[in-house]
Design a protein around this ligand. Structure first.
Ligand code: AHR
Length: 510
């Protein structure tokens, strides 16, 4: 059996973990909102039409912040359509996903749901087809206490207290030709700067997230960020980037190694921040808001690879006809292998907490999501629910520096060790929590933790995500095919465990 040693010293850390690392995202897309969050008439809906079974799972995931309402959707969205008496709200053609938007659910419904669930909203404004004035008006509607047109309208619409929304995204993926109102970096910079100015006039306390570039195949990748940040650096608080990992075509070895692709992606964005800061003698630090990340296999979108996004102006989906209300689109079925990879991506997030403060798993319900609901029916946890849940439950405290002594293998991202760890120290409980991805596809690995300065530790728990069939998925009928399972601890004092082949592990030492 191969042997891997993992070294960590209590004096060397990467950074404090912000709880917002385990945030998520819900868009007006497919069945994310309608028949996901909101389904009046469902047997488990509350008096406001919110599904209680969904609320319970979102609470179990302990998601701190949820980004809303898009995504590509936001660039076609007029927020005014979603306020006031429901019977007066317009039914519109929704261009981003070729659906019908009934507008029964809008900003008030989202903020009330978020309050009930105990999550903080992060709101994206439309900088595609929307105006900078609309953006300012939305801040006024949400955050101004009262006595003005928009704040009084919110009060009239049933919310006397302001929502005090802190996090605001200045548009979504404005670099992409698929975005309604897509802009060049220069034009986005001008528009975002003016929107930021107005939004801060209304509420100076808000935190702003600027659209960086996300898609590495686009010629504007990173150059977009440099252009934009040179002007916006002192006017915004976070740089947004998105990263989706796709299995198709790359083979299991490279798919398992995707944690490294995400690591490179984050470091690229962080490098532009550092470059712009140094070049222009800016003094503040800026963190990344990775406000969309996940495995997304494009199971129903007609695209051979992410490279096809270049020049794309509409998404063709095989799962529904055009212009349906809440069509069942982007309902990815996640396998055990996908879940192991999502766990690996989580390890990368933890190892980059010095530069990433906010990260949103995209998305939350039904659409490329950990939670699946059945219309008029039940609910179940997709395979990826489990690693995300473990990260949000155990990934608190400080990420420590760690290095491994391990056999190497060749991947698309260079030579990599067969085990990738993240070591978290929870100072409050004194626990050391190690997340470890074993990429060896042939056999288990003996994994020994060499810890310095943490005091005497024993193995309290070893949870593992692994199995015999990596294609297996969870369904309503068989909801527990993929779940974390507890390993028997052979010798709690030896700080040595076996990581099964192709597994994602959580080891708790206390
Ligand atoms: O999350 C699905 C889509 O992916 C979002 O609408 C968009 O921002 C990204 O391209």
């Amino acid at each position: 059996m191969k042997k891997v040693k993992c070294f960590s010293d209590v004096h060397y850390s990467i950074g404090k973990i912000d709880k917002k690392l385990y945030s998520s995202f819900t868009e007006h897309l497919g069945r994310s909102i309608y028949t996901g969050i909101y389904e009046p008439g469902h047997p488990d809906a509350d008096e406001d039409g919110y599904r209680k079974d969904v609320m319970e799972l979102v609470q179990e995931l302990d998601v701190p912040v949820i980004r809303y309402p898009g995504g590509n959707f936001v660039s076609c969205y007029d927020w005014h359509d979603g306020i006031g008496p429901k019977e007066d709200r317009p039914r519109r053609m929704e261009y981003a996903w070729s659906s019908i938007e009934t507008n029964e659910f809008g900003i008030d419904e989202f903020c009330r749901w978020a309050k009930k669930v105990g999550v903080e909203p992060m709101i994206a404004v439309n900088l595609g087809t929307g105006s900078i004035k609309d953006a300012g008006d939305l801040v006024e509607y949400c955050n101004h206490p009262g006595g003005t047109y928009w704040s009084d309208l919110r009060i009239k619409n049933g919310s006397p207290e302001p929502y005090n929304i802190k996090y605001w995204c200045l548009g979504n993926e404005m670099e992409g030709s698929w975005q309604a109102g897509h802009l060049s970096a220069e034009d986005y910079t001008k528009k975002a700067l003016e929107a930021a100015k107005i939004m801060r006039w209304v509420d100076p306390s808000i935190k702003l997230v600027a659209c960086g570039s996300s898609y590495e195949m686009l010629p504007t990748y990173l150059e977009w960020d440099r252009t934009m940040l040179t002007e916006l650096y002192d006017h915004v608080d976070y740089l947004s980037t998105h990263n989706y990992t796709m299995n198709s075509g790359q083979g299991t070895t490279d798919f398992l190694a995707s944690y490294k692709q995400l690591d490179n992606h984050i470091k690229n964005s962080a490098s532009v921040i550092e470059y712009v800061k140094a070049k222009n003698h800016f003094t503040k630090d800026m963190k990344i808001c990775l406000d969309e990340w996940n495995v997304w296999n494009f199971q129903d979108i007609v695209l051979d690879s992410l490279d096809d996004l270049q020049g794309l102006n509409t998404f063709v989906m095989t799962s529904a006809d055009k212009w349906e209300v809440a069509p069942p689109i982007l309902q990815e079925k996640y396998s055990l292998l996908d879940a192991v990879v999502v766990g690996g991506l989580g390890i990368t997030l933890l190892n980059n907490v010095d530069v990433v403060e906010i990260a949103c798993l995209a998305q939350l319900i039904n659409v490329i999501a950990p939670i699946t609901t059945v219309k008029d029916g039940g609910i179940f946890k997709q395979a990826i629910y489990h690693p995300f849940h473990m990260l949000s439950k155990y990934g608190h405290g400080t990420t420590m520096k760690a290095s491994v002594d391990a056999p190497l293998y060749q991947s698309a991202y260079g030579e990599l060790p067969i085990v990738e760890p993240a070591v978290v120290y929870d100072e409050e409980s004194g626990e050391v929590r190690i997340f470890a991805l074993n990429c060896d596809q042939a056999e288990g690995v003996e994994f020994t933790m060499e810890l310095q300065g943490y005091g005497k530790k024993k193995i309290k728990k070893h949870l593992v995500l692994a199995g015999d069939d990596y294609e297996v998925i969870n369904t309503l009928e068989n909801p527990d095919q993929v779940e974390m399972r507890a390993c028997e601890i052979q010798d709690e004092d030896s700080l040595s465990v076996v990581l099964p082949k192709m597994s994602w592990n959580v080891i708790i030492l206390g």
